[in-house]
Write a protein that binds this ligand. Sequence first.
Ligand SMILES: [Fe+2]
Length: 352
Amino acid sequence: MNVFLKSKINSLGRLLLFRDKDIFYKPYYGSLDFFRLAIYNIFAPGRILNRIRYKRFPVSKPKVPVLDNSLVVKPGDLSFDDLVELTAATISRHGAAVVDGFFSEKYIKEFRNKHSSFFPSSMTDSSNVPEIFEGGTMSLDIQDLWMNEFIVKVIQKYIGRLPYARRYAEVCEIRPRRKTTSRDFSRPNCNGNRLLAEEWHVDHSCLIQAAVFFDDVVPDGSHMEVISGTNRMPCSPMTLSHEYVEKSHWASKVLPCVGKKGSIQFHCGNVYHHLNAEPLNSRCWLKFEFTSGPNIMTSPEGIYSLLAGTTNYKDLTSERKQILSGILPLKSNKGYQPHHRGGFVPVKYKGI
Ligand SMILES: [Fe+2]
């Protein structure tokens, strides 16, 4: 009975709130409209409560002036601290930032050569190249890029605490074969690849990602776009149709995440974003997902790969150990014990 009633309420809700079939159709019932978001947050408050709990809502206002029409930050002559401040302010304002050419081409080239087994081969015949290449979990040998002081400081400034690594670091290259719209995806037998993330979506509510470009990422090529400022709104996790964005004033808020090789792209999980795919145009990056707390994807294979390099875990700074503590649990003096709500927690009692 409950299921029947719920489906009736859902149908009625759709009939009343999502009448325009040109912009709202299955499964694209996301909206940025105040009234619809208010209704959503009253009836399904889980996401907003999680954001409040982990201090990801409300988002504090940028403390320094930020460009209105671009999320690309040019390091120029800025000092380290000023660049951290400006980048964090840009994420607050737009939900994302690209720090253009933060790492030099030389550094990127040397890094790629040193860790070449994790990158796609440039010799491969392009007709055989997969749409999505994942290079496998990298070891602690890349800690200086992964937990680079600048990356950690920017994220810390934006989320208000030292982040936890959410996943193991991995190279990812995408080379879309086609452009797929939300209308295409809504049709049965659509041959688009959902994993390319071309649909307008938000990520987990406490996520923040940094990615280092190993290609020049240009407006005419495959690149991510965000709807500026949606990270500041109490958004639902529902996807938006392409028509919803294109036919509304939100179209003018769409900003491209572009920059030259060596740039760092940051994006908050709460900003609406998607891949603007350019057929056969690739984008290779090394991505680092972080979180304010939840959704840490620990895995035995990940831990194994993390320790498979030449870096000794014991030599990591205590801050880096703390950042990794979710995906590489810290050694505990008295070991761990099961928690009544699942998982394990360090043994707390005194004595033996
Ligand atoms: Fe995403």
